[in-house]
Design a protein around this ligand. Structure first.
Ligand code: UDP
Length: 345
């Protein structure tokens, strides 16, 4: 196995490291592991011990920090009410705007809670995050964030929620630590393509880049991070605080909540979405899906190359979904190796 990465480190965007103050930070923004798949959890568990962690997010709305996803407490604190769960269900039913079909990221929210909460919590955040109005994005984007009528304030409800105890980088280093695996960093795919004799190729970069943008560029949303270390032990009451309606950044992450590290100082990162830069997010909407399908057809007609991951399959996948995709591919290759692969198995 030869693994190449154009960056100077392993672990991709999940890369974490100790910053100048010795605080562990995620260089490319918060990565919070959660999955319902026992297989995925157990597979990664071969390379790391876990630290149980339930992610919580607050969002800055109306001068308060309110729980997100929207839940019973969010609404009661926002409006100074004392609604019960059945009363909130009734209120949402009354406020909901019928959308049939639920097609866009706007539909996904207004069809559940109506316009006011949509405007306060989702519209501007989404415009900042994507540079598009929610009406220009697929419903799946905002449907990632549930709407609740109980008091559950966890961001995720998956069966397995935990962080790699020694960080993601250590987990990937253990995964790659094998006599049959060679890792070459600072190496771009296009530098070695055609120069390295290989059987099967697993490609995880942007699919349009692999095909030299033959049909034009697929849109990817990028992020810029401003990292800072503060001379205090804590900065904010949860790992992530969202800012839907103020500032150019979307959210601030305080990493010690994620890692459990004890340290007299604390490090935070402001997240500024932008159009240019490293690709982070595929943009889920009909135009990009149509363009992706053209690249996908090329990929299907390219024997011996397997496309895996968020960038290569142009899907807004979470980490566990990428791991599941990779394990599925692994099983498929084992069962149906192509000629080149079979020679090496
Ligand atoms: N979102 C929003 N307001 C928020 C949080 C999320 O409008 O306070 C929308 C936004 O469009 C975002 C999407 O929901 O891109 C998915 O949010 P998630 O937290 O899953 O984004 P990620 O952590 O993947 O950047």
């Amino acid at each position: 196995m030869l693994v190449i990465d154009r960056r100077p480190h392993v672990a991709g965007n999940a890369y974490d490291h100790l910053d100048g103050a010795g605080v562990r930070v995620h260089r490319y923004g918060p990565h919070v592991f959660h999955t319902n798949s026992r297989d995925v959890f157990d597979y990664l568990g071969r390379f790391t011990a876990w630290r149980p962690y339930q992610h919580r997010v607050l969002t800055s709305v109306g001068g308060q920090l309110l729980p997100l996803p929207i839940n019973l407490d969010t609404v009661n604190r926002l409006y100074g009410t004392d609604l019960t769960t059945p009363e909130l269900e009734q209120r949402f039913a009354a406020l909901a705007v019928a959308r049939d079909p639920v097609r866009t990221a706007e539909d996904a929210i207004v069809s559940k809670v109506g316009h006011d909460l949509y405007e306060l919590f989702f519209r501007n955040y989404t415009r900042k995050q994507w540079g598009l109005d929610p009406s220009e994005l697929d419903a799946s984007v905002t449907a990632r964030v549930p709407i609740r009528t109980d008091r559950d304030d966890r961001y995720f409800t998956d069966t397995y929620q935990a962080m790699p105890r020694d960080g993601y980088t250590a987990m990937f280093e253990r995964m790659l630590d094998h006599p049959n695996i060679e890792v070459r960093l600072g190496t771009d795919y296009h530098e070695v393509a055609g120069r390295v004799d290989h059987g099967a190729l697993i490609y995880t970069g942007p699919i349009d880049e692999f095909f030299e943008h033959r049909f034009g560029r697929l849109p990817y949303r990028s992020l810029r991070f401003h990292h800072a270390t503060l001379d205090r032990a804590r900065y904010q009451p949860t790992a992530v605080v969202n800012y839907p309606n103020q500032h150019d950044y979307t959210r601030i992450t305080e990493f010690k909540w994620l890692t459990g590290q004890e340290h007299p100082r604390t490090s935070i990162a402001y997240e500024y979405p932008c159009a240019d830069g490293e690709p982070y997010y595929p943009v889920p909407n009909p135009a990009s899906a149509a363009l992706y399908q053209r690249y996908r057809a090329l990929a299907d007609a390219t024997p011996g190359v397997h496309f895996v991951g968020r960038l290569a399959t142009y899907r807004y996948y979470n980490m566990d979904q990428v791991v599941a995709q990779a394990l599925t591919l692994y099983t498929r290759i084992l069962q149906h190796p192509s000629a080149g692969e079979a020679a090496r198995l």
